[in-house]
Design a protein around this ligand. Structure first.
Ligand SMILES: [Zn+2]
Length: 119
């Protein structure tokens, strides 16, 4: 069995947080994405995509303590990926840079489609 698979076998899948644990994180962060600042209480569509992010990924030994958990919208969580960062600030810098990158792509696509940009 390759090392990678053995490691995966032992650490197993990330245990899901309970609804209560997730709510504690959301409440501490005022239902706002800690990366982009998206306000989950502003509209239902925002609220629906709030997730709890392990700053230091659980798959890489990150703990489930409140200090390691932050509110993140789904897009930010996805952009952050499974990489390990030295700190939350470093992760945030990476996520915001990725968002800017994708925003440029978005604007190019809007421009080439001829539709006026909304955001
Ligand atoms: Zn976000």
């Amino acid at each position: 069995m390759p090392i990678k698979q053995i490691k995966k076998f032992f650490s197993g899948p990330a245990p899901r947080l309970t609804r209560e644990e997730a709510m504690k994180v959301f409440q501490r962060d005022h239902f706002k994405c800690r990366y982009c600042g998206l306000d989950g209480l502003h509209r239902f569509e925002n609220w629906l995509i709030l997730t709890v992010d392990h700053v230091h990924p659980h798959a890489r030994g990150g703990s489930r303590s409140m200090e390691n958990l932050v509110t993140a919208c789904q897009p930010c969580n996805l952009l952050k990926g499974k990489r390990t960062y030295a700190s939350f600030e470093e992760a945030k810098t990476h996520v915001l840079a990725k968002r800017e990158e994708w925003q440029r792509v978005f604007h190019e696509q809007v421009k080439s489609s001829g539709t006026p940009a909304a955001g």
